[in-house]
Every structure is written in structure tokens, then in C-alpha cells.
Design a protein around this ligand. Structure first.
Ligand code: 13P
Ligand code: 13P
Ligand code: MG
Ligand code: MG
Length: 366
């Protein structure tokens, strides 16, 4: 049976700055989706990570479906009204376009979707990150699907021995989706060369080379491309199917042990380590650190099991301690050097005016 798994997420307002949405806002989004789900969706699950609300749903309508996207858009619009009434910060923050036409891509909210031929058992993972951008997933995806140091299955499982195909997007190209397909293991160095540049090249999807089945889908929205200015960080979401011809769940999770440095954190303008957190976690220190949550599911005929919190385990408490130390270490140097993002990323923010003003005062010495 063909099933589509869609996740659409947006920040439409949060309490106390960019910490987390209110209960009233969440309940509004839940109610709108529950009302509209009939005849449209098979199942759905609504959660938050930091100040972002994600609507995960299953249906039979394929990707980029107008009705499914409009449902999410309407829920976020209704949520924005509640956020305004409650005086929440950043009400409607990610709704950057006023009128809906066709699908929600390019309007602000992040989208990750896959149409799959459902396996007799169908485990998958839903990742949601806050205070960072889509490049945050480059390293974990690379290690999960191309590196036997993390994915033992690349050596041990015949089902993975042909490797994977990565579709990588050039997110600096704004007129259309500009993508390249890279096959691993043969083109691993090409993949590494692209993915090291997290702000420009991001993994959009991954496919098994055994049978062409889609393994992963990542949201690629760069909000500053849409808004032309800094309005908030992209806060990407990702779906990954696991087991069988794909990496095991634990192999994928293992790559999040690193707490690698990503762009985001305070005002979306710094580097900070990505901390794996529990579902429905809030944000704190320096509007961060950048966080990622993971809900594990199985589906049958499109019906979702309950969500299991993949980072709710004593092991990850230890990781969180390590990541806090990494956060503290880079924060000690404030705005200097790699602690703050390079100018190419900051140019969407207020510093541009400041530098223009100072530039006029420069003199060339005779
Ligand atoms: P969000 O993108 O999560 O709203 O965060 C914005 C920000 O600037 C935090 O300091
Ligand atoms: P202010 O408008 O309060 O400076 O907000 C900054 C911020 O949170 C960036 O998203
Ligand atoms: Mg926000
Ligand atoms: Mg956010």
C-alpha cells in the first residue's frame, strides 16, 4: 500500500521570547487539524520542539498535496490568532506570505515528505531541530548513510552493500530547486566536499541503491531567501525510514552523540553544538543551545503507533552534559572568530547598516 508521510512545521509564536509555544496555541493547532483530518488524513501527531510546532500526518494523497498543505497553513493561521491574543512573541513568525497558492513550500513553514510503499513493518524517525538551519543534518545524514564508522550495517548487512544515493540542494540558488545526485560509496569525497559547506549545500533526500526506495527527506527552507532579511532560524525537520534496507535506528541515533557545531543559537547568528533533547523540550541558555528531538514510530496501513522518545534514555543525559560543555566552551569567546557566523550569513541582519555607517569613516592613508 502506498502511503505519504508529511511533516509541516512552523513557529507562529512562543512564550517568553523564543522558548516554546503556549498550551492554548498548541491546542488550537490540534483542534484545527482534528476538525480537518476527516476524509483527508489517515492519522496525525502534533508536537513541539523549542518554539516550533510540527504537524506530522499520514495520508494517501502524495507529496506537495494542496489540501494537506492548506490544512497545515490554516492551522498555523488559526494558531497565529491565538498567539496574538495571548501577546506571544513572534506571532505568525514563519508565515511569510499572505496568500496560499498550491502548496506551502516557499511560504516559510518547513516541509519534509515521502510517498512510500509501506513495508510489512515500517519503522521511521521524525527529527525536529530548533535554533539552527537545514545544514545541521548534513553530518548526521552523511555518517548514517555513508560511513561504516557509524553505520555498521554498511559492512554487516548485505542489504546496504550497494550504498545510497544522496540528492543535495544548493540552497543559495533561489530561483528554483538546484540539486545534484551523488552516489556513495564511489563519490564519497564529492559528497564530503559539498556537505562541509553547511550553509550552501544541504541533503534534501537519500535513496537506497538496492531498490531505489526513499530513505530520508529533509526540509530545505532557508527563511532569509524568502524574507530577504533575518526573521528567525529555519529550524529544519527530517524523516528517516530505518531497518531492513536502511540503517538501523540505533545507527542513525549514534551520529547525534557528537553534538557537532551548527549555525543558529542566539539571533540565529552563532555556532553552537546540537543537543539531542526529549520530545516537547523548551529552549533556554543563549536562546539555545541548538536542539534536536526525535520521535520514533511504526506505521501499519498508514496508522501511527504511539511516538517513542528516542533521546529519552540515561545515555543521552550523559551526552547532554558533554554538549553543554561544548556550548560553554564556544560561548566563552562571545562574538569572536568562529563563535559568531561569518558575514555572508549575518548580512541578512542589522549589522549591515552598522558596517555601512562605519565604512564611510574609513580613510586610506597617504
Ligand atoms: P527561532 O527561529 O527559533 O524563532 O529563533 C530565533 C532567534 O533569533 C532566537 O534568538
Ligand atoms: P528583538 O526584536 O527583541 O531584538 O528580537 C530579536 C530576536 O529575538 C531575533 O529573532
Ligand atoms: Mg521563534
Ligand atoms: Mg524555532
Amino acid at each position: 500500500m502506498k502511503v505519504t508521510i508529511s511533516v509541516i512545521k512552523a513557529d507562529v509564536g512562543s512564550i517568553g521570547g523564543h522558548i516554546r509555544p503556549s498550551e492554548a496555541l498548541l491546542n488550537k493547532v490540534k483542534k484545527v487539524i482534528a476538525d480537518k483530518a476527516k476524509g483527508l488524513l489517515i492519522d496525525h501527531y502534533i508536537s513541539y520542539t523549542g518554539d516550533d510546532i510540527a504537524i506530522l500526518c499520514t495520508h494517501k494523497r502524495g507529496v506537495l498535496d494542496e489540501k494537506v498543505h492548506k490544512m497545515a497553513y490554516d492551522a498555523f493561521l488559526a494558531g497565529t490568532e491565538v498567539a496574538k491574543k495571548q501577546g506571544l512573541y513572534g506571532a505568525g513568525q514563519d508565515l511569510l506570505k499572505d496568500s496560499f497558492s498550491g502548496n506551502i513550500k516557499g511560504m516559510g513553514p518547513a516541509v519534509a515528505e515521502m510517498e512510500i510503499e509501506e513495508r510489512p513493518n515500517e519503522p521511521f524517525l521524525f527529527f525536529a531541530a530548533d535554533k539552527t538551519d537545514p545544514g545541521a543534518y548534513n553530518l548526521p545524514v552523511y555518517l548514517s548513510f555513508a560511513d561504516p564508522m557509524y553505520n555498521a550495517g554498511l559492512i554487516l548487512a548485505p542489504s546496504q552493500e550497494k550504498g545510497f544515493r544522496f540528492t543535495v540542494m544548493d540552497v543559495e540558488y533561489v530561483d528554483a530547486d538546484r540539486v545534484v545526485d551523488i552516489n556513495t560509496p564511489e563519490e564519497m569525497y564529492d559528497l564530503a566536499a559539498l556537505l562541509r559547506d553547511q550553509e550552501r549545500f544541504v541533503v534534501e533526500s537519500v535513496y537506497s541503491r538496492k531498490n531505489n526506495d526513499q530513505a530520508a527527506s529533509v526540509s530545505t527552507t532557508r527563511l532569509h531567501n524568502i524574507a530577504g532579511t533575518y526573521t528567525g532560524k529555519d529550524d529544519p525537520i527530517m524523516l528517516i525510514r530505518t531497518q531492513g534496507n536502511f540503517p538501523a535506528t540505533g545507527e542513525i541515533l549514534s551520529t547525534f552523540t557528537i553534538g557537532h557545531y551548527v549555525a543558529g543559537f542566539m539571533r540565529g547568528s552563532h555556532h553552537g553544538p546540537l543537543m539531542p533533547v526529549k520530545l516537547n523540550s523548551s529552549i533556554s541558555y543563549f536562546d539555545g543551545p541548538p536542539v534536536v528531538s526525535c520521535a520514533a514510530f511504526c506505521i501499519r496501513n498508514g496508522i501511527l503507533s504511539e511516538a517513542v522518545d528516542a533521546f529519552d534514555h540515561p545515555y543521552w543525559d550523559w551526552v547532554r552534559g558533554q554538549v553543554s560543555q561544548k556550548a560553554q566552551e564556544i560561548r566563552r569567546q562571545g562574538f569572536f572568530g568562529p563563535a559568531m557566523l561569518p558575514f555572508s550569513e549575518l548580512e541578512y541582519g542589522g549589522i549591515v547598516e552598522k558596517l555601512k555607517r562605519i565604512d564611510k569613516k574609513f580613510k586610506v592613508k597617504k
